[in-house]
Design a protein around this ligand. Structure first.
Ligand code: G3P
Ligand code: CA
Length: 311
């Protein structure tokens, strides 16, 4: 009996008190939403512990290993192309400098987004990633199609005006929504509501970040005041999120100090919100959070997490 089976059985029993079994003729989108009741392995920027983040190499590894979702950060180039890139500036993960939004796709395509990985992690030299190019959303969709699911963050919406419109256009063109292939996540509630207005069928995940309050270091507050602190959160705070989102993604700790507990997870779930936690790379932490009952983990090492859920 696998850990994933045990986890799924437990959560499904809890969930089944408020939902009916999925109909035999359920749509792919309904199947995807139902799958959120099972434990999800989310490859953070691909298998980014093994290959340069947000590159085809990192996504290919995660896909081959069987991750449930490929996670990515969507931003816009100066000429409006949706590209996969985490930082607002390009120095850390390329050989260029400046803001990503100041470059056209053609200018971004000449950057080397692979060599930095060898310089930062000289011990991980099993493949040569030098010369790897930045990836567009189209290229990712063309490569993997409907063979996986995508967990797409609208990154820095204030710096990427028009991102939601461009993203939804791509999701519709590739039939990703009705085929149950995509979740859209953001720390920015407005950005999620914009996506909902553009297409109300897109399943949304509200991201949360709990850190010490500036006034009182002993109290944790949420970055954008989307909820009160995790320890004082009420049903109505979760209910407000559940009006537009199908789940939440949160940090579990701040500098080693836990910010959520089993009661938080249970309360979110009782209000219809599966809980995903980012970004967990050590198996001890993975086990601890699985025991807490979370519904999925973002990780740079999907191989480590898959080893646990399949053992
Ligand atoms: O999207 C979940 C997690 O990826 C949020 O943090 O900074 O890695 O995008 P970040
Ligand atoms: Ca992200």
């Amino acid at each position: 009996m696998t850990l994933r089976y045990l986890w799924t059985t437990t959560f499904t029993l809890l969930a089944s008190t408020s939902s009916l079994a999925l109909a035999a003729d359920a749509t792919p989108l309904a199947e995807q939403l139902d799958d959120l009741n099972r434990f999800q392995v989310i490859a953070h920027r691909g298998a980014s512990g093994h290959a340069p983040e947000s590159t085809l190499a990192a996504y290919e590894l995660a896909h081959r290993w069987g991750a449930d979702y490929l996670e990515l950060d969507a931003q816009l180039s100066a000429d409006g192309e949706v590209v996969l890139f985490h930082d607002g500036t390009i120095e850390r993960t390329s050989d260029g400098e400046g803001h990503i939004h100041d470059y056209t796709l053609a200018e971004l395509k000449v950057l080397d987004t692979g060599s930095w990985f060898h310089e930062t992690y000289p011990d991980r030299l099993d493949e040569d990633y030098r010369g790897t190019q930045i990836l567009t959303l189209d290229e990712l969709f063309d490569h993997f199609g409907h063979t996986t699911r995508y967990y797409i963050e609208t990154k820095s919406p204030d710096l990427n005006p028009g991102l939601e419109e461009a993203l939804v256009t791509h999701l519709e063109a590739y039939d990703m929504i009705e085929q149950g292939r995509v979740l859209v996540q953001s720390f920015d509630q407005e950005s999620l509501l914009k996506v909902r207005d553009l297409n109300p069928d897109v399943p949304l995940i509200q991201l949360l970040w709990y850190s010490p309050s500036e006034q009182d270091n002993a109290t944790f507050t949420e970055w954008n005041d989307t909820t009160p602190g995790a320890d004082t959160i009420r049903d109505e705070d979760f209910e407000r999120i559940a009006e537009y989102a199908v789940g939440i993604g949160t940090n579990a700790a701040y500098q080693g100090q836990p910010v959520i507990d089993a009661a938080f997870v249970r309360q979110a779930q009782a209000n219809g919100l599966p809980v995903h936690v980012y970004t967990i790379n050590e198996q001890e932490d993975m086990k601890r959070l699985m025991a807490l009952g979370v519904n999925g983990l973002f990780t740079d090492y999907p191989d480590r997490l898959l080893e646990l859920v399949n053992e």
